[in-house]
Design a protein around this ligand. Structure first.
Ligand code: RTP
Ligand code: MG
Length: 144
């Protein structure tokens, strides 16, 4: 019969300040590469508090929001766009649970996260989320 080609999907990820400070950024990129993701775009930046708050606006009413904004603006991050078939769900699996104490063996958070708040990596949780997060950090000309 007809072969159905894989449908590629893009997701958005951030290597968070704890992972960068602890020297894990390259090892995390290696895990992402091993899992079959293509690196479409990456940059190195430090967010202002306003930029961090805007990115995580869905969590504005949560008790941890202030800590989250302070943490995400505390140092260098690597925002990136990743592509593969089923990228959004597969990256969430590779990341592991939000709390590294609950994350499965072999996941990025199990291997590299510090705590539930400082947990090494972000990944979009749905198509609509990725559609907001990718253009928050990258212009169209950066996503060829
Ligand atoms: P992310 O959005 O960063 O990929 O993480 P997630 O989906 O696994 O978790 P989410 O519920 O969206 O929470 C966003 C980030 O807020 C921090 N957090 N701290 N102290 C706490 O109880 C707490 N809970 C969440 C974490 O940095 C989490 O990744
Ligand atoms: Mg989330």
């Amino acid at each position: 019969g007809q072969e159905i080609p894989p449908v590629s999907q893009r997701t958005f990820s951030i290597i968070k300040p704890d992972a960068v400070k602890n020297g894990h950024a390259a090892a995390i990129l290696a895990e992402i590469s091993k899992a079959g993701f293509k690196l479409v775009a990456i940059k190195k930046i430090v967010l202002t508090k306003e930029q961090a708050a805007g990115f995580y606006y869905v969590h504005a009413a949560r008790p941890f929001f202030g800590e989250l904004v302070d943490f995400m603006s505390s140092g260098v991050i690597y925002p990136m766009v990743l592509e593969k078939e089923n990228a959004i769900a597969d990256l969430r699996t590779l990341m592991g649970a939000t709390d590294p104490a609950k994350a499965d063996e072999g996941t990025i958070r199990k291997m590299f996260a510090t705590s539930i708040g400082e947990n090494a990596i972000h990944g979009s949780d749905a198509e609509e989320t990725a559609a907001f997060e990718i253009p928050y950090f990258f212009a169209g000309y950066e996503l060829k």
